[in-house]
Design a protein around this ligand. Structure first.
Ligand SMILES: Cc1cc2nc3c(=O)[nH]c(=O)nc-3n(C[C@H](O)[C@H](O)[C@H](O)COP(=O)(O)O)c2cc1C
Length: 196
């Protein structure tokens, strides 16, 4: 069992990373292997709408000069996918959006590669825009036929400067509960053979 997490922040090891790591810590304690990819510093282009993925159907994006195809592969191999982002102008970062657009289109072109995997959004915000960002990430999971577990609150942590979210006690607890629910769900799904 494995969960792959992506941090869409431009700031490595910032608040989004802290929140994601809290979820991963719980998953690890539950015996689930985890990996965190931080997109900070990477150039990830958006989808160019060529639809080549629909003709080749080779589980790859035609753009080969960044890491997106490696990330598609990591998502295919995982049982669960966490997508985390800070809020930038009331939305996710352009890097995470580009990752969603390209991996999502490749997945749809290849009979829904992420179908029935478990998906969770994690958001860091200073004040406002947490819920639109949370919702937008969940739209990706839901159109990908993925299963989305809940937590004791929506998966949003509050903070501005690096490390501020650690003082958001309820936000951190929400990440703990998310980790527990995600682990529970992945184990349940794993006991049944996935029919596609
Ligand atoms: C370009 C930019 C835009 C931002 N827009 C918002 C915003 O719309 N609402 C908000 O509450 N915080 C906003 N913030 C603050 C971040 O969401 C906040 O600092 C967050 O904790 C950063 O997470 P990180 O450390 O993972 O990068 C913005 C920050 C940046 C750099």
């Amino acid at each position: 069992m494995k969960v792959i997490a992506f941090n869409g922040s431009s700031r490595k090891d910032g608040n989004t990373a802290i929140l994601i790591k809290r979820v991963l810590q719980v998953l690890e304690a539950e015996g689930i292997q985890t990996e965190l990819v931080q997109l900070a510093g990477e150039q990830i282009r958006g989808c160019n709408a060529c639809r080549t993925c629909y003709t080749t159907k080779n589980k790859r994006c035609v753009i080969e000069d960044d890491n997106v195809n490696a990330y598609v592969q990591k998502m295919i191999e995982a049982d669960g996918i966490i997508l985390g982002s800070p809020v930038y102008f009331s939305m996710m970062t352009p890097e995470l959006m580009a990752l969603i657009d390209r991996t999502g289109y490749v997945a749809r072109a290849n009979k829904h590669l992420f179908k029935r995997k478990v998906g969770a959004a994690v958001v860091a915000v200073r004040r406002a825009g947490g819920i639109p960002t949370f919702d937008a990430i969940n739209h990706f999971f839901l159109i990908s036929q993925m299963i989305v577990p809940g937590s004791s609150y929506w998966n949003v942590g509050f903070g501005l400067k690096k490390g501020d979210v650690e003082s958001d006690e309820e936000g951190m607890k929400t990440m703990d509960d998310l980790g527990k629910n995600m682990a529970w769900l992945i184990k349940k799904l794993k006991t049944k053979k996935r029919k596609t």
